[in-house]
Unconditional design. Structure first.
Length: 318
């Protein structure tokens, strides 16, 4: 199969028929063999009924329905697991991503041998205050932290080699950082393409300002995982050693000071009256805790099991 188009969605009943017709038109015009995998992430409207009807009319349409809303990352993970195409395209279901971009994205993967191509919505139709400026700040921080030179990490329109989506683990809210996950997995040829951004036609956005706060927190998480995910003791052990050395030196200073005063018959206070005593005690305790955190991290890493992160209630054509 040539193309797999993975579309996570939540309450997008008004746009699904139009999106389906648009995608089918592009696929037919370019004579592509394809599958479209809709992942209904716990919609409470009529989205699943529409997906079921579309799948009955067109066997290239497939659907996965979650029992409840588990999040976009989990929806993408489920879609990636079922995708069979040589090239996998992800896009949003709100008609803000343009299916006419798919042929060029596919060509960049197959003809130019990119592992991943990310869309860049250079001209946006979102609110400047609520989305554009926070998005620019977020993308700047993501570039500096991850080392991946993309202008738009949040763009849902992306293209991947099939081997990429089968070898990355998208969990939590890490869908924003799939290019970083791909880079960490060894897929280094990552490209970018300017794509058209459409104004939202139906409904309201499902994301608020909190997504940028969560995005920055996830950025810290992925930095840590990238650097120390397989060796947490290297970080916690190093910090613990520094704290323990500070505490040991402080304790040594207290001991030396007391011995010096005793030897020279000078007056001295109780050890507990010396502020360095508390500095020593606190840093040694923190150092021990950091060591324990490192050990626990190593133990968890070696004993973790792959538990399910979402529950599927129905599927069609899968």
């Amino acid at each position: 199969m040539n193309l797999s188009i993975v579309i996570p969605l939540l309450n997008e009943e008004e746009s699904l028929q139009e999106l389906h017709n648009w995608i089918v038109s592009v696929m037919t015009k370019n004579n592509f063999s394809y599958e479209v995998i809709f992942i209904d992430d716990g919609s409470t409207d009529n989205s699943w009924n529409i997906i079921s009807r579309l799948s009955a009319e067109n066997t290239n349409i497939k659907g996965i329905r979650f029992l409840k809303n588990f999040g976009k990352s989990q929806a993408l993970h489920a879609g990636f697991a079922k995708a069979e195409g040589d090239v996998v395209i992800t896009m949003d279901a709100d008609l803000q991503d343009n299916p006419e971009e798919i042929p060029e994205l596919r060509e960049m993967i197959l003809e130019h041998n990119f592992d991943l191509v990310s869309g860049w919505k250079k001209k946006r139709y979102d609110s400047v205050v609520s989305k554009n400026l926070p998005s620019k700040l977020f993308n700047w921080a993501a570039r500096r932290t991850s080392g991946v030179a993309l202008n738009d990490f949040n763009c849902g329109l992306k293209a991947y080699k099939n081997t990429v989506v089968k070898n990355i683990e998208v969990s939590g809210e890490m869908h924003r950082y799939i290019p970083v996950l791909a880079k960490n997995a060894g897929f280094g040829k990552i490209g970018e393409k300017v794509v058209k951004h459409q104004a939202r036609k139906y409904g309201e956005t499902k994301f608020g300002m909190d997504r940028f706060i969560n995005g920055f927190l996830d950025l810290i998480t992925i930095w840590f995982i990238s650097r120390f995910g397989k060796r947490p003791m290297h970080l916690f052990g190093a910090l613990g050693s520094v704290m323990f050395i500070i505490g040991f030196l402080a304790a040594g200073f207290i001991g030396f000071s007391k011995l010096y005063r005793l030897y020279n018959d000078l007056p001295y206070n109780l050890v507990t009256n010396n502020p360095w005593f508390y500095i020593s005690l606190t840093t040694m305790i923190i150092g021990t805790q950091l060591f324990l955190a490192g050990f626990l991290g190593e133990i968890i890493l070696r004993t973790k099991n792959n538990e399910e992160r979402y529950k599927i209630s129905n599927t069609v054509n899968i």
